[in-house]
Design a protein around this ligand. Sequence first.
Ligand code: ADP
Length: 425
Amino acid sequence: MGIWKKEINTVLLLLLTAAVVGGLTGLFLPLLFLLMLAIIMRQVVQIKRFEAWISRGGSKKYPKTTGIWEEIYYHVYRIKKNEKHRKKKLSKMIDQFRQSTEALPDAAIVLGVHDEIDWANKAARAVFGLQQADMGQRLPNLIRYPEFIHYLKSGRYEEAVILPSPVDNRITLEVRIVPYGAGLRLLLAQDVTQLKKMERMRKDFVANVSHELRTPLTVLKGYLETLQDLDDGHSPLLTGSFQQMQGQTERMQHLVDDLLLLTRLETQQKKSHCVDVPALLSQICKEGDALENASRRIELTLETAAHIVGEEQELRSAFTNLLGNALKYSPDDSVVKVRWYQNPESVVLAVEDQGEGIAKADIPRVTERFYRSEIKRIKKVNGTGLGLAIVKHVLMRHDAHLHIDSELGKGSCFSCYFPVERICD
Ligand code: ADP
């Protein structure tokens, strides 16, 4: 405000001087005109200098001047200086971010709205064989694996996709997309070659061991049956031992069969066709009844006639396992309800029992391999601990999921949800 006062005072003083001199000489109007002209000319010159300075970027030291113009120059100069400082800080931050992402061991690619590559780090350029010229290109034109293209298009990025590196197919990559901002996505790829190798070794090992155990077990079982036939029942110790041995070999055979089935589920290609689930369930329940020798224990309700696309043998073992567990873990005189029904999103198989139930803490763990709750171990209920692992795998292969509702002492309900897209004629 002070500077403005000074400026106005100067103009007023000049006007006063012009008025006094004009009054004395009688040339008031021409003098006033000359004064106005001088003031306007001075401002024009100042504006021109300012324009010349600002058009050069306005960051260099401003020309020497006085009054209000010095103030204007000073403010603009300060704003420019701050801006420069902020820009420097920001570009330093971006540089640091780029350097750190460049140094990441995992590949990272920033994808634009049309799947074009906006930016890629060193690891991404190496594992995907990207060149500088590929920046801005659409990624599906460069990585042509159908699974990857399907994953990219699907927009469902909760799970990762596994694919071989386009530059070296001995390298296995786990690719994951993380959406962020408006339509932008970050693609992350991790080298999982070693992990996959170990997983394959584990599967091969289990498959080989289970396979190799089959023959000796069959031989043992054969001899045992012969010995049991020869047993004249004179020695209770011998008879008891034979029975024990037979029980244990049978258990071992179940284990081996279950392990082989699990390995098959993990490694074999899916062969799907339209499965008549109501017929399959009727058959399984009939077999269950025959097994139990109490025909009223299983109540089958078929609320829908829906067939689903799947593998009949796999579904049979999953459903048999669920029904077997319901019968095994509930009292002989209680009812087991099997229900096949449909809701807007899924077709559901629910197997409900009034048995001992599962503790809340155990529920998330019962589908793990070899997991058997402590109570079963103590009571010695027969089982391998692989049944629910098989169910989980089969359902996974059918895009379905298992939901367990259970309360200790009241009973359990195991529900398999199949997506309605699987329904077939
Ligand atoms: P297994 O029955 O051979 O032990 P599973 O994988 O089929 O193995 O089941 C794992 C565990 O889950 C069982 O040991 C049991 O503790 C529990 N479980 C499974 N089904 C039921 C059920 N219907 N009621 C109570 N507990 C169950």
